[in-house]
Write a protein that binds this ligand. Structure first.
Ligand code: CO
Length: 156
């Protein structure tokens, strides 16, 4: 395994939509997943998308509450109508945090490393992480989703 350099903003690859992965059992992909997990851990992040390490592929990893999620070709099944705002960070924006409005709950389908379909239903931080990472895969950065929080609301 190897720790990969993380690409930071404003590198253009971060704003390019990633490509769907066809050959899931490819050995290069297996190594990329392991390297991404090690890189995520080393940087004490919650989530990492493949384009953040220079690979424009529809793959992301999330580590939260001792659980590891590896999502290949993730897509939404549903998103809650209700949204909530919370502060987010991103490994491609070291030291920067912004309030972002996200769907409260999401249901995401993806493939696992064997190519089987997996479905995750999440709320809370996992829901937020899934939306942040799927945005990365679509070339959307959290700075473009910065919530305008009024002074009044911030006091609450
Ligand atoms: Co990020």
């Amino acid at each position: 395994m190897a720790i990969l350099p993380i690409i930071t903003y404003p590198n253009k690859i971060l704003e390019k939509k990633t490509g769907k992965i066809g050959d899931i059992k490819n050995s290069g992909l297996r190594k990329l997943v392991l390297d991404m997990l090690e890189t995520l851990e080393e940087n004490k992040g919650i989530g990492l998308a493949a384009n953040q390490v220079g690979k424009s592929l529809r793959l992301c990893v999330i580590k939260l509450d001792g659980k590891t999620h590896i999502l290949i070709n993730p897509k939404y099944k549903s998103k809650s109508w209700r949204k909530e705002i919370a502060e987010e960070g991103c490994l491609s924006f070291p030291g920067r945090f912004f309030p972002v409005r996200r769907h409260r709950k999401v249901k995401v389908a993806a493939q696992d490393r064997q190519g089987n379909e997996l479905v995750i239903e999440a709320d809370g931080i996992l829901s937020r992480a899934l939306q942040h990472e799927i945005d990365h895969l679509d070339g959307i950065l959290f700075i473009s989703r910065k919530a305008r929080v009024s002074a009044k609301k911030q006091l609450k």
